[in-house]
Design a protein around this ligand. Structure first.
Ligand code: C2E
Ligand code: MG
Ligand code: MG
Length: 400
C-alpha cells in the first residue's frame, strides 16, 4: 500500500467515515434473533460504500488494521451501552496481526469496562487461517481472552487448511462454517456428508455452530437437519446500518416462540432422548453377535454385577454371568443363553428369549433380574445378532 493510500485511510478513520454494519444471526428453529456480527464499511463523504475486501487486505499490510479493529470494537460497545442491549452478543473481527499485541486482552477489558458491558456479550472472531499460520500464539491469545470472560469464534472454518483433528485442540466457543462449504447448495451427497460430520463433531465438543452465507431454502433446510445452532446469511438478513439493526433488535428478539423440540430438532435429538429413556430403564445393554461369538456392552455403568467383561467372547460372558446367578437359577440361565439354543430359537422364528433369575451384585445383594435377548437383523450381514436388555426387578436382601 502506498503512503498516500494509508494516509487517506487514516484520515477517513479520524473523520469517522468507517461505519459498523450489523448482520443478524438467527436461531433457525424459532426464527428468533440471537446474535450479530459487526462488519465494517467505509462510507465516503460522497456516499459511496467501500466494502471491506477492498481495504482490509491493504490495511493488513501495516499495523493500521489494529486501529481499525479497535475502532469497530469501541463502536460496538458504544452501541450496546447507548441502546441498553443486554441479550444479543455481537462478534467483532480481529485481524491475525493482534497476536503481536501483548496487551490485547487488557485492551478488551478496558473497552468493555469503559462502556460497562458484560464481557460475554463481546465475541472475538479469529479466522481459521490465522490459527493455522500460528497455532500456538493464537491459541494462547484465545485462552487468555476466554479466561477473562470473552467468547471466541473461529471464523471461515472450512476455507483454510485446518482439519477436525487440528481444531479439536482449540478452546474456542463458536465454530463459524464458511460459505464455501455450502457451495453445492447442500444438494451434493459428498458435501452433505462432510457438513453432517462437522456439525456432529462440533456439537459433541459443545461448540455453538453458525453457518455463514446461507442464501437458499435448500441450504437452510439441510442445516436445520444438522442441528446448526445459528444462521447468518442473506436468507435471513444482509448486513445493515446500526439504525436498521436496532429496529430488528426491538422487533425480532421477542418473537421467540419456543415450539415442539421433537418436531423442530433433527431426528438425532429424538433418538438421543429415546436412548436416554432406554438406558435409564435397562442398566445393562449388550450387543451380541451369536454367529461370531462376540459381544460388547453398550450400557454397563449402572449395572450392579461389574465382574463381567465389557467385550469379548459371548460364550465366556454367559459362563461368567452364570456364576453370578443364584445356584438354583444357573441351569435355567446357562441353557437359555447357550448359543446353540439361541440360534435354534431364532431359526424357529422366535423373536426373543427371556428369563427371570436371581443375581448377586458386587455389593453382595441378590436381585431379581429380567434378561431378555431380542434377535435383530442387519441388512449388510447374515450374522445372527441379538440385543440383551437387562433390568433389576427387585432387591432380595434376605436371600443368602
Ligand atoms: P467474514 O468475517 O467472514 O464476514 C462474513 C462476510 O460474508 C461478510 O462480508 C458478509 O456480508 C458476507 N455474507 C454474509 N451472508 C452472506 C450471504 O448469504 N451470501 C454472501 N454471498 N455473503 C454473505 P463483508 O462484510 O464484505 O466482509 C468481508 C470480510 O471482511 C469479513 O468476512 C471479514 O473477514 C472482513 N472484515 C469485515 N469487517 C472487519 C473488521 O472490522 N475487521 C477486520 N479485521 N476484518 C473485517
Ligand atoms: Mg467474521
Ligand atoms: Mg466468515
Amino acid at each position: 500500500m502506498s503512503a498516500k493510500q494509508l494516509a487517506e485511510i487514516m484520515k477517513a478513520l479520524a473523520n469517522h467515515e468507517f461505519q459498523v454494519y450489523y448482520q443478524p444471526q438467527y436461531d433457525p428453529t424459532t426464527n428468533s434473533l440471537r446474535a450479530a456480527e459487526a462488519l465494517v464499511r467505509w462510507v465516503r463523504p460522497d456516499g459511496t460504500i467501500v466494502m471491506p475486501n477492498d481495504f482490509i487486505p491493504l490495511l493488513e499490510e501495516t499495523d493500521a488494521i489494529l486501529a481499525l479493529d479497535w475502532y469497530v470494537t469501541e463502536e460496538v460497545c458504544n452501541f450496546f451501552q447507548k441502546n441498553n442491549i443486554k441479550t444479543i452478543p455481537i462478534s467483532v473481527n480481529f485481524s491475525r496481526k493482534h497476536i503481536h499485541e501483548d496487551d490485547f486482552v487488557e485492551k478488551l477489558c478496558n473497552i468493555t469496562e469503559k462502556y460497562d458491558i458484560p464481557r460475554n456479550l463481546l465475541v472475538v472472531e479469529i479466522t481459521e487461517s490465522a490459527l493455522v499460520e500460528q497455532p500456538e500464539k493464537v491459541n494462547s491469545m484465545i485462552m487468555e481472552s476466554r479466561n477473562a470472560g470473552f467468547r471466541i469464534a473461529i471464523d471461515d472454518f472450512g476455507s483454510g487448511l485446518s482439519s477436525l483433528g487440528f481444531i479439536k485442540n482449540i478452546s474456542a466457543d463458536i465454530l463459524k462454517i464458511d460459505k464455501s462449504m455450502l457451495s453445492q447448495n447442500c444438494e451434493n451427497e459428498e458435501e452433505r456428508i462432510v457438513l453432517e460430520s462437522i456439525f456432529m463433531f462440533a456439537h459433541r465438543l459443545k461448540w455453538t455452530t453458525i453457518a455463514e452465507g446461507v442464501e437458499t431454502p435448500e441450504q437452510l433446510g439441510f442445516l436445520k437437519t444438522c442441528g446448526c445452532k445459528l444462521i447468518q446469511g442473506f436468507s435471513y438478513a444482509k448486513p445493515m446500518p446500526e439504525s436498521d439493526f436496532l429496529e430488528v433488535c426491538k422487533t425480532d428478539v421477542n418473537v421467540d416462540k419456543p415450539g415442539d423440540i421433537l418436531l423442530e430438532q433433527p431426528a438425532s435429538v429424538a433418538q438421543d432422548l429415546l436412548l436416554e429413556a432406554v438406558f435409564s430403564c435397562y442398566p445393562l445393554i449388550i450387543f451380541c453377535n451369536l454367529s461370531k461369538n462376540s459381544f460388547y456392552m453398550m450400557a454397563y455403568e449402572n449395572y450392579t454385577a461389574k465382574s463381567c467383561p465389557s467385550s469379548g467372547s459371548y460364550v465366556e460372558l454367559i459362563k461368567k454371568a452364570t456364576e453370578t446367578m443364584y445356584p438354583d437359577d444357573r441351569e435355567l440361565f446357562a441353557s437359555t443363553f447357550d448359543t446353540a439354543n439361541q440360534i435354534s430359537a431364532y431359526e424357529r422364528g422366535e423373536k426373543s428369549l427371556r428369563v427371570i433369575t436371581r443375581q448377586l451384585g458386587d455389593d453382595g445383594i441378590y436381585r431379581k433380574v429380567e434378561t431378555c435377548n431380542y434377535f435383530v437383523k442387519n441388512a449388510s450381514s447374515n450374522d445372527i445378532l441379538a440385543i440383551t436388555l437387562s433390568r433389576n426387578i427387585e432387591e432380595l436382601p434376605n436371600l443368602k
